[in-house]
Design a protein around this ligand. Structure first.
Ligand code: SAM
Length: 221
């Protein structure tokens, strides 16, 4: 028992240090102070603001090969930690969606002060349940809401993207409602990881049909 409590305290301290150091490196303030959310969203299932570990986000970025056509949508972006990490990549754009207007203001400021920004960041103060997210190719969530909103978001992606030919990636950190993904058989788990200072994260992707046209071989001679 004593050992478990000691280990938990050690992890909490490591997370705090990681949070401060990561923010300092990026020249942003995405962690402290504590913020108590009031907005609950149209489905009344919003979770309070809490920030993800830098390491969890960095690992997701390393595992995925993002390209210049990618648009990353962070659902429940809080103060913009994940949005800032993605905006340091060579991608088209990052869209952060957040219910709390105060958090949106901070996320916008962080986007401006961010060191090493390569992509535009747009922060929208709207509900993820009804947002137009049809531009997105990659979606990031750190357990922002309950299963009703999650289901609406996945249905929205299914309805607005061509899921058979356009690659769609969904990163779901602290995946409390991973069973909702079973209702969307076109999504497959491609990564599932945990780290000591970070959070359990699952990454889903669709299977994209290869171009059916026969490839022309090179004719030498
Ligand atoms: C666990 S925090 C994650 C914050 C951020 N992704 C990070 O790692 O720092 C969840 C955030 O989602 C927001 N949220 C919850 N439900 C939402 C909804 N329906 N639409 C938009 N934002 C929502 C909350 O206000 C909160 O800031």
């Amino acid at each position: 028992m004593k050992n478990t409590a000691f280990f938990q305290k050690l992890i909490a301290s490591a997370r705090k240090i990681e949070s401060i150091m990561g923010d300092w490196c990026m020249n942003v303030k995405t962690g402290m102070p504590v913020f108590f959310s009031h907005a609950r969203g149209i489905n009344r299932d919003a979770f309070d603001f809490e920030t993800n570990a830098h390491s969890t986000i960095i690992k997701a970025i390393r595992l995925l090969r993002l390209g210049p056509s990618d648009v990353v949508v962070v659902l429940g972006c809080g103060r913009g930690r994940a949005a800032c990490h993605f905006a340091r990549q060579y991608i088209r754009k990052v869209i952060g969606i957040e219910l709390e207007p105060q958090l949106c203001d901070v996320a916008r400021k962080n986007g401006e002060s961010l060191r090493g920004r390569r992509a535009e960041i747009e922060i929208l103060n709207i509900d993820a349940a009804s947002a137009d997210i049809s531009e997105g190719t990659v979606f990031f969530m750190f357990n922002p809401f309950g299963e009703r909103t999650l289901r609406m978001v996945l249905k929205n992606i299914e309805a607005t993207r061509d899921i058979t030919s356009e690659p769609i990636t969904i990163i779901y950190a602290r995946p409390l409602y991973d069973y909702v993904f079973n209702e969307f058989p076109w999504l497959h788990i491609i990564h599932d990881y945990k780290s000591i200072t970070g959070f359990h994260t699952m990454i889903y992707r669709n299977l994209v049909k290869r171009n059916q046209e026969p490839r022309l071989g090179r004719i030498d001679g």
